[in-house]
Design a protein around this ligand. Structure first.
Ligand SMILES: Cc1cc2nc3c(=O)[nH]c(=O)nc-3n(C[C@H](O)[C@H](O)[C@H](O)COP(=O)(O)O)c2cc1C
Length: 189
């Protein structure tokens, strides 16, 4: 099972990085083949809405997104780990998502099917917010729409409030255990 995970925080070693570490540990324990992409290390421009992808379902903007397209094509599980920034996903996450407009075009305009994969494509959100009560609904809606473009099902989220400082998740063994368990379920066929 190929699990493709995006670490979308600009802060290395922060809460969502730590959560993702433990989610992937759980997935590996179930035998998953895991790849972790740190989005801040990739040069991905925002979508320019040129509709260049309407021809063949391929993004015509030449930057590091081109490295991710083939991975997204064959991933069986996709995980987005993002901090909440002003109620939504980070800018790094949103740039990736918007560039996936080419997958929307591939599915709905060009009608070129995704390649078959051994297990159904599924997507997951892992997120942290500083506020004790703020909801993650906006992220959930975006995940659903994004996964549909990738011909995947949005299958669940692991979200935590009251995580503010970089080490808050790492200091909470209960949270880390929840993340490991979540990773194990993700890797189940
Ligand atoms: C630009 C920015 C915007 C933020 N906006 C929110 C917000 O709207 N609601 C919230 O609860 N926390 C907000 N936070 C706090 C982060 O979500 C929180 O610190 C989170 O744990 C960071 O995760 P990370 O360590 O993985 O980057 C914001 C932080 C930053 C830097």
């Amino acid at each position: 099972m190929y699990v493709l995970a995006f670490a979308a925080s600009p802060r290395r070693g922060g809460n969502t990085d730590t959560l993702l570490d433990h989610v992937l540990e759980g997935a590996r324990a179930e035998g998953a083949d895991v790849e972790r992409i740190v989005l801040a290390q990739y040069r991905i421009a925002p979508c320019i809405e040129c509709n260049g992808c309407w021809k063949e379902g391929l993004c015509v903007v030449q930057d590091d997104f081109q490295l991710l397209y083939p991975k997204l094509e064959v991933a069986e599980r996709i995980i987005l780990a993002t901090p909440m920034f002003f109620g939504h996903v980070s800018a790094q996450a949103k740039q990736l998502i918007d560039r996936c407009q080419c997958f929307y075009a591939r599915k709905y305009i060009v009608r070129r099917p995704m390649p078959p994969v051994p297990h159904p494509r599924k997507g997951y959100l892992v997120a942290a917010a500083g506020h004790p009560r703020i909801k993650f609904d906006c992220m959930g809606l975006t995940m659903r729409v994004w996964m549909d473009a990738l011909d995947a099902t949005y299958d669940g989220a692991l979200t935590f409030n009251s995580l503010e400082d970089a080490g808050d998740a790492a200091a909470n063994p209960d949270i880390l255990e929840q993340a490991r368990r979540f990773g194990k379920t993700i890797a189940l066929p």
